[in-house]
Every structure is written in structure tokens, then in C-alpha cells.
Design a protein around this ligand. Sequence first.
Ligand code: ZN
Length: 463
Amino acid sequence: MSQQIVLGNGHLVTGWENPAVIAGGAVAWQEERIVGVGPEAEIRQAYPAARYLDARGGLILPGLVNLHHHFYSALARGLDPGVEMRDFPEILDRLWWRLDRALDPDTVRLSALLSAADCVRWGCTTVFDHHASPSCIDGSLDLLAGALTDAGISGVLCYEVTDRNGPEDAALGIEENLGFVDAHADDPRVRGVFGLHASFTVSEATLSAVAERRSSVSGVHVHVAEHPVDDQFSRDTFGATPIQRLERHGLLDSRALLAHGIHVEDRDYDRVAAAGSTIIHNPESNANNGVGRLDIPRTAGHGCAIGLGTDGMSSAVLRALRFAFLGLRGGSEDPTLGFKDLPGLLATNARVAGRFLDEPLLGHLAPGAPADVIAVDCPPPTPVTSANWFGHLAYGSSEAPVRHTFARGQVVLEDFSHTTLDPADLSSEARVLAPVLWKRFHELDWNTPYLGPSPGAGKESLR
Ligand SMILES: [Zn+2]
């Protein structure tokens, strides 16, 4: 892959923070690194021997980053749990905690491949996955890493440690994280972070063990206050909010990735901001689960960094961004919101990914940056400028397909066709394995004793 590539004939946006916009722009790279960005005529003159790819007038953007995904949810589509799920605790107990226990190595691998293919399809070149497969913990992260490598994209992986399946599984989860983080400490494409499920399913003993054992590992990736049950159970059982528990154990630091962060008191947002931790907004998942919505202006007002994830709902980051934008306006009944706080989500994603992968220029189209580049198939009907690029994303390109995806210089999607994975083959294999997985799912009990409030406890009683 020593060839040079030039991607041109597009409206090029150089990044997510005060970007330059170059109409008729092009980007050139050699192997894994960008070597030139500018007007197309200049770039083609500078790299006359390069292979040329055409963005067909669409947007040329840095590859997208997803800060919170669950590959293991890929085979849940269409699954009937066969029992009513009245609130989020019941959704966990009766759907997700049965599905993750039913996973075996084959379905873990296939779920990861399907999700990685979907990331490629939607222009995501770096994905943070939060994994659970209690029946096959050991080696599960290697299966995910293999899928990322096969797809050609980068990622930061973790296993969600929890006590809900007993202390032995919690210990296995700790080992899985530590082993993976160590093995991938210098891997340029796939790294590890320490995964925790959520405060309300992690005991004090386990949290202490994590704090002690992870001495060389910076950062935890954990669900925080997705639903009031997490906050209430933590206060009742441990005498502290989820954020305070993380802080007490020394786990609230600049690499802490806090998914959701919805039901959080003001003082805890201050703690998050002071620690430099990142809250990850997952707007589509929050709506799907009916758990409330992150108040972005309030959270940002406390100085918290806010990133964006899809939480297993899909792999389409720009669509999640549009949903965040409309959800903020609709939920707040305020059409003035969005343009101030939402562009920063993509910038935060790129900054966090760059930190974890030791790539400070990740998320920028600039010489020296990793050649993670996409072309979104949305020839803009109006001028794109450094002042209005976010409007083009929110109102236009978030709904457009991605024409090309390049990850570290490799062509992984060209003119809508995958070059690494074959989604049709993967789906056909999945339609054979999914019914077997679902059969195991239906044979599992759905009463998980660890969950605090009784199933169906009303939201009122938990607030
Ligand atoms: Zn999640």
C-alpha cells in the first residue's frame, strides 16, 4: 500500500473545531499519513502520480469517531423477548442481560464483524466498544479486535466488569481488561481501556479491585446515571452517587469515559469537569429506552466535555448527531439551541480518540494526520463555509450515504462498495446463527437478582 491517493472534487472540511472549508478541495495521502490538503489543482499538481478518487461533489470530512457502541447488540434486531418490558431496569433484565449471556464466541465474532462493516458504511473509522459476553469472557476482546482489523478500522475496546453474574465473573472481567490493555499498549490501531458496566451493578469490593489492579491503565469506560435507578441504588447501597464512587476510588480522571450522565446532580457535573472526564451523549438510545435526555446546555455550562455515541442503536454517527440536534430543540421547546453546543461533540470525539490512540491530529485533515477520510454523498445545494458547515451536517449530510471511507490510508469503502468485509455474506451467516442464539436466549431465566428495585418499579419511586 505504498501508493499515493488523492481524493478530490468535493467540499472539504478540515476538522471539527473552527475548520477551514475548501470548495473544490482535495486531500492527498501516502500510506497511512495525509501529505497534502488544499485546492484540487494544487494537490493534483503536487502528486501527479497519485491514484485519483472522486467525491462527486460531496463533502470530504475526517473519518468519524463513535465514543460508545455495543457490537454485541447486532443480533438483537427483531428479537421478541416474549415478556413485557415496562421500564429501563426491565429492558436490561429481560433483554440485554439475557442476550449477552446467550452469546458464544461465534456470535460475539459475527456481531463484531457486522457492526464493524456498518461503521465502514457510515464513515466511522474509530470506534469505542463496550463489550459484554458473560458466557465467554476470556478472549472476547480479541474477537472484537480481529473484527476491527478485518474491517480495517481503529478502536478502543473494553469488557464491562459487573457483579450481576457473581464475583467469579467480575474477576474474569477484570482479567480480560487487564490482559487486553497490556497486549495492545503499543498497538497503533486497537487499544484497550478499563470497562465497567455501571455503578449499580459493581460492588465496592470489585471497584476496589479495579482501582488497585488497573494501576498502569489510564481510564475507565462506564455507564453513568443512564436511568435514575443507577443513582438511587448507588446512594442507597453505597452511600454515594455513581460519580462520587468513581471519584472515591480514584477512577474519575481525564480518561474516564462516562456514557449517558443524564440523572446527575450539579455538584457531580462540577466533579466531572474538574477531573477532565468526558460525558458521552447517546441520544437515540436514550429515546428508545425512554430514560430521559442529557441536558446538553446545562452539562456544558458546568464545563463538562461532551462526546457522542450510538450505544448499539446503529453505527451512523452523523445520524446520531442530527438526532441530538433535533432532540435538544424538541425536548427543550427551544429552536435557538444546538449551534452553540453540538458542533463540539464531534471535536470531543476526535480529541478523546486521539488521546487514546496517541494520534493528536486524529480528526483533522492536515499534513501528518492519520489518513482517516470520508466522502459523504451529498453535493451541497448551497455554499458551505467555515461558518455554516454544521448546518450542512445537521440538515443535509447526516441523512446521506457515505460514498468512500478510507481508514489509515486504506480504501475500505469505494463508491459504496466494501473492500474489506462483505455485509451480505455476514448477514447471511447471521440469519443462520441468530435463531440459535435466540433459542439460547429464550431458555435463560430473566430474573437477575442483583438488580435493586423490583421489576416494574415506577419511575416516580426511583426519582
Ligand atoms: Zn451503553
